[in-house]
Design a protein around this ligand. Structure first.
Ligand code: NAP
Length: 288
């Protein structure tokens, strides 16, 4: 931001902890790029103070807020209106403050589907998807894939119950056919898959892969990983070895932020913005 004055608007992210968040870099880049007199800051809100945190946002006139772990579900109680999709996701990651009225949205799923479209040039419609993991990230991604008319979604998780709940939600609301399992993924399982997505933390800070890397992927498969540290996870390295199209975890993070920015400002940032923000991330990683 060039200069802060009494007119400068404030946007934020709330979470616990929140000091590691990359969101301030995303939004302060966008405010500067689009010449918006605003600043984006982070607030560490204790889990037993979420209500007070949300009232602070309302009364201090903080214009928009991202919500990160562990508050995405709890904040829903204190908002005035929640978007239909966020209700289905069961979580809010974006709040817009309009004259003291707080509206809740969720951009996590679109963050992933936009990354797939940007990286591969392909739409989700008609695709057969395999998702590993069945936590919060899987829920928003799987429902967004169903909204965008994926043909089928198989959710594989070590404990089947969570995967089954997500599959049941999809089967009762959408045409997409969803199934849940807790099996070990074999060659047969991936032979017909168009998009493989990891939503477990496996690979975060390690060289572990959520699937056996001796499997050979179909040649047009797209690989997406929600994990973004390291930038090239073991799963992504496996995909690169076979020249597959890749949607990186950091693209998902940047794109969910870009969608929040659009909700707040009505501006749709460009692919060049995504690339510039990615450069900032990679530079930060190099210096970490
Ligand atoms: P979550 O709600 O805790 O769910 C994690 C899922 O992974 C659960 O289904 C869990 O299985 C499974 N899992 C965890 N450790 C495992 C292991 N060692 N082996 C097999 N399965 C395991 O977490 P989340 O919010 O979905 O986040 C998942 C990952 O995505 C995290 O690394 C997070 O940082 C990342 N993420 C990235 C973005 C982005 O923008 N790039 C956005 C959201 C999340 P059980 O059900 O059996 O416990």
């Amino acid at each position: 931001m060039s200069s802060i004055s009494s007119k400068t608007k404030v946007y934020s992210v709330i979470g616990h902890p929140v000091s590691q968040s990359f969101s301030p870099k995303i939004h302060n880049y966008l405010f500067e790029k689009y010449d918006i007199d605003a600043v984006y800051v982070s607030y560490d809100v204790n889990p037993d103070r979420v209500k007070e945190g949300i009232e602070g946002i309302r009364h201090l006139g903080i214009m928009g807020t991202n919500v990160t772990i562990p508050h995405k579900i709890e904040v829903m109680k204190y908002l005035d209106e929640i978007d239909k999709k966020a209700k289905l996701f069961g979580a809010v990651n974006t709040i817009k403050n309009v004259d003291g009225k707080l509206y809740g949205y969720n951009t996590d799923g679109t963050g992933l589907t936009k990354s797939i479209r940007d990286s591969s040039g392909e739409d989700i419609k008609g695709k057969k998807v395999l998702i590993i993991g069945a936590g919060g990230a899987c829920r928003s991604i799987a429902i967004q894939l169903a909204i965008e008319e994926a043909a089928s979604i198989e959710i594989v998780n070590r404990s089947i119950e969570k995967a089954q709940i997500i599959a049941d939600t999809i089967n009762s609301h959408f045409e997409t056919k969803a199934i849940a399992s807790s099996k070990t993924i074999t060659q047969d399982d991936i032979d017909n898959v168009d998009i493989l997505i990891n939503t477990t933390p496996i690979g975060m800070g390690t060289d572990e892969s959520p699937i056996d890397t001796s499997l050979v992927p179909p040649k047009n498969m797209i690989v997406a990983d929600a994990v973004y540290k390291p930038h090239e996870t073991a799963l992504i390295k496996w995909g690169l070895k076979y020249n597959l199209k890749i949607a990186y975890g950091i693209q998902m993070l940047i794109n969910q932020g870009i969608h929040s920015f659009s909700i707040w400002t009505g501006i749709n940032p460009t692919l060049e913005d995504t690339e510039n923000i990615l450069k900032i991330f990679l530079e930060q990683q190099k210096n970490a």
